[in-house]
Design a protein around this ligand. Sequence first.
Ligand SMILES: C[S@@+](CC[C@H](N)C(=O)[O-])C[C@H]1O[C@@H](n2cnc3c(N)ncnc32)[C@H](O)[C@@H]1O
Length: 247
Amino acid sequence: MGYSGPDFYDQSSVYDTYMQRRSRSQNPNDTIEKPIFMELVGGVKNQAILDLGSGNADFGLESINNGCRRYVGVEGSKNMVNAGRNTLQGTQGEIIFSSIEDWDYPEETFDLVVSRLALHYIKDVEACFQNVYKTLVPGGQFVFSVEHPVLTSCARSAEISTRRADWIVDHYFETGERISPWLGSTVLKYHRTIDDYFSAVQKAGLSITSLRESRPSPSNLDQDEYIRRLRIPLFLFISSHKAQDRL
Ligand SMILES: C[S@@+](CC[C@H](N)C(=O)[O-])C[C@H]1O[C@@H](n2cnc3c(N)ncnc32)[C@H](O)[C@@H]1O
């Protein structure tokens, strides 16, 4: 059995270990995911932002400090909701305790919808992207990152607990549920190909502006870590927008 995304992060030992890892120096979230994600987002000044699977809302606080007009996080884990509300204390930022799937998305409300490393926990990403389309204002932008499909294809490498140098890719085109051991527990993820993500964004009516993998930058990592991170792609990113003029 694997825990759903929110239930997984609600186990206290998982939550504590996850937070410790996120604060390690040269962690891939800060050194690889964040720089590419921020580059795709561009500026946030005066924007109304929706963050799906907002975690501890670090992005929310940073966006508020950078002048966004509104920040709303949707988060399904109680531990993460508490962490996010704590991060945003004293600001206009807001965290809604709901699953990404079940939230009632208001029409044409947000200039920017983001989701960082949460959508591989979602079964029906097409329905999610239709909600994103609905809630974006015309001209609004949607940027997300997920675990790279090379990683979600097969969990055999995750069962080996040593520091990894390579990764087994298998059953790549057999998409769907994957149970993966992680942080001393097991989590249920949904494997999709790059082409599935790409098509789902287009099917929702959004125009793709950029697709990125997670090429590391030597300026963010020391030499050994940089060489190691050149081996396996960790993240996939797609940015897209809703047309300004609707037909
Ligand atoms: C890897 S964490 C990333 C958190 C944050 N976006 C970041 O980058 O720091 C994934 C987050 O997505 C949340 N999540 C996963 N599936 C979810 C769902 N179906 N509905 C709401 N939140 C979900 C988890 O609870 C967790 O906080």
